[in-house]
Ligand binder design. Sequence first.
Ligand code: PNS
Length: 160
Amino acid sequence: MSRAIYPGSFDPVTFGHLDIIKRSSAMFDEVVVGVLNNNAKNPLFSTKERKEMLEESVKEFGNVEVISFDGLLIDFMKQNDISVIVRGLRAITDFDYELQIAQSNRKVSKETIDTVFLTTSIDYAYLSSSIVREYASYGTDVSDFVPEFVVKRLENRFQQ
Ligand code: PNS
C-alpha cells in the first residue's frame, strides 16, 4: 500500500493546499496531512484549530487523514510507516528551499524517503497562507482563497 504525507503549517488551509491534497489522494492509497505543531512559528491559529479546518476540508476524500506532529518530519514518517513526502511547488522562488529540505530529508533518513513535487495549479500559483492572513487582517474578502468556514474563522480571529 502506498502512503504519503503532505506536511505543512496550514495556517490556515487554502484552496492551493486543497488542490494538492485532492491530486495526491488520487495518486496514493492513503494520504496523511501532517500539521506541524510548532509554537516557534507563532501561528495565527492553534494546531487544534488548523487541524479542525483541514478535517472539515478533506471529509469528501475517503483516503485522507489529518494528523498533527511534533519534531522531525522523518521521525514521524518512520513511526507511521510513510516513505513519501508530497510538496507543492508554486514558482521558482519555492524551489531552492524545497530542494534543500528534500535533499537533507533524504540524506538524514539514509535514503529511505523521497519527496514528490506537484506543480500548483495556475489558479493558485500566487496563493499562500501568509497572503490570506494579511488580507484577512485588513478585513478584505478572502473567499476566493479559502473555504467559507475558514473565512468565518479568520473574521472571528481578526475581530477579537
Ligand atoms: O507549510 P510550511 O511551513 O512550508 O511547511 C514546512 C514543513 C512543516 C514541511 C517543515 O518545516 C517541516 O517538515 N518541519 C518539521 C521539522 C523538520 O523535519 N525539519 C527538518 C527539515 S526543515
